[in-house]
Design a protein around this ligand. Structure first.
Ligand SMILES: [Zn+2]
Length: 256
């Protein structure tokens, strides 16, 4: 049981604290190659959320971890043969977020971090939509981008989905759900457009045409130790930011 996990705490404790920041994780339920569980993004963002909130709490910041939203945007996964991705649209995420922001704001929370663990969830536009409708401070963190400058040190060839990075996280934090002997090669195809492949034209890719095993990135070089190394970086960086955010007064020039 942890002080900072809302779903594990009772009302007697929660009401006795003055919570400065809440962290709301967003995941997804979708196939992750043949070797990782459908809940991969949720398990990852759960453990990252728990670690960063505990880190900040130990340094005196009143940071509370909210339950993970387990359904993400998978509109482009629905033609993968045999798959059962539980997709919601971006509009639904906006509605869920709007309702939770209103509920939290009415109950005195003033700062909220959206902690994202799934590439299909684009949360920043949602905060733009709510910007003039709430006094709450909203910020977004895609946890898997936080340590990007360290990828070369830690990984051989990080990919995109159920790759070396995600598989390493799985081996470190939820190994009981991994079946490494079933992993496919995770080969992601290029589109026929150079501009798209280079990244300066963006699009939503039909997943069943992108990859045969739903993975993008070779998982074969993954190791638990690599997942723990990445977590060290992520925990300290997000944790330190949360401490800073909790301690900073929201005056009229905030966040400047
Ligand atoms: Zn994932």
């Amino acid at each position: 049981m942890s002080d900072i996990v809302l779903s594990e705490q009772n009302h007697a404790f929660i009401r006795s604290q003055k919570w400065e920041v809440a962290v709301l994780p967003f995941g997804a339920t979708e196939p992750h190659n043949f070797h990782m569980p459908y809940g991969t993004d949720n398990y990852e963002v759960d453990v990252v959320g728990r670690r960063v909130c505990e880190y900040a709490y130990k340094k005196g910041a009143k940071v509370l971890l909210l339950p993970t939203m387990p359904f993400g945007v998978n509109t482009n996964h629905l033609k993968v043969p045999g798959a059962l991705a539980l997709s919601v649209t971006p509009t639904t995420l906006l509605k869920v977020l709007s309702d939770l922001v209103e509920a939290l704001e009415r109950q005195g929370i003033r700062k909220l971090m959206l902690l994202n663990g799934h590439g299909g969830n684009e949360l920043k536009p949602l905060t733009r939509e709510l910007f003039h409708r709430t006094k709450m401070f909203l910020c977004v963190c895609d946890w898997y981008k936080v340590g990007a400058d360290q990828f070369k040190e830690i990984f051989v060839a990080p990919g995109e989905h159920a790759d070396e990075l995600e598989t390493s996280m799985g081996l470190a934090y939820f190994p009981q759900f991994l079946k490494m002997d079933q992993a496919g090669p995770g080969i992601g195809r290029k589109t026929r457009f150079d501009a798209v492949n280079k990244g300066w034209v963006g699009l939503t890719r039909p997943w069943h045409l992108l990859t045969d095993d739903t993975g993008v990135g070779d998982p074969s070089t993954a190791a638990a130790e690599k997942g723990r190394k990445l977590m060290e970086v992520v925990e300290k960086r997000i944790g330190d930011f949360l401490v800073e955010l909790a301690k900073t007064e929201m005056d009229e020039k905030f966040p400047f």
